[in-house]
Design a protein around this ligand. Sequence first.
Ligand code: SF4
Ligand code: SF4
Length: 301
Amino acid sequence: MNAKRVGADAIAAKGWLASYKWLLLRRTVQIAVLALFLLGPLAGIWIVKGNLNYSVTLGFLPLTDPYVALQSLLTGQVPERLGLIGAAIVLVFYLLVGGRVYCSWVCPVNIVTDTAGWLRRRLGIKGSVHLARNTRYWILGMTLVGSAASGILLWELINPVSMLHRGLIFGLGFAWVIVLMIFLFDLFVMSRGWCGRLCPVGAFYSLLGRWSPVRVSAPARAACNDCMDCFEVCPEPQVIRPALKGAATGAGPVILSPACTNCGRCIDVCSKDVFRFGTRFSNGVPANEAAPTDGALPLNS
Ligand code: SF4
Ligand code: SF4
């Protein structure tokens, strides 16, 4: 039985730094975003004012969470002009880079759920309740309909992303309980349950990223040795197979599912360097998978 640690092959093949490159970059961005928000209240340096729902950077750049703006519109409250401009800026950004980049590169809850996922692997916890992946889209729909019906920003009453972010800036209070519940849910009840099944913020951003050009691709998929490490670390492992195993069906190597968070962990942990960041437009069958002319079999297992 192979009991090696996930990612051990990658570390052996390309070194520690290259095996954690995208994870380290993500954590740097997540912490930098938090630090920018913290600098004002803690040190009086107001580069950014506000929170993840609405902020102004350097006194002129408004950024608004479009999901919050949409809930606000549905309640009949039209955000101010700056709020709408901020929503448009954020909308365009995530339309281009992939909606769920918000989840893996910005959202502070991602650090909590990644930690739970890592600990779950280390402790060998296997069991998981069943919950359909589209549950999050139903919750998203309910928050929007509920906001329109009630006249209040329904999700914002309980949004752990806003709570944690505000809590880290102004003191955690009750947010600790919510964060702990998410952590324990992902650790013991359901692998990647919060982000992958329940969170309507992720559902909203995944809809935004449906056509985004920036994508992870598996152009060297012929070199895959089926170690499964990428599936182990991926928060949405169902998105990998169509691209990675697409040679059999003639499918291209680009991961097209909007559920992919563009986190880059699959790139990190692959010892064969199968994955890389690219665009959705390079989705032709890789040249090394062309029908062999010399009688040799393609490498794909
Ligand atoms: S692409 Fe293949 S070799 Fe690379 S991590 Fe995934 S299963 Fe392993
Ligand atoms: S496919 Fe790769 S980039 Fe996309 S979510 Fe999974 S690990 Fe992250």
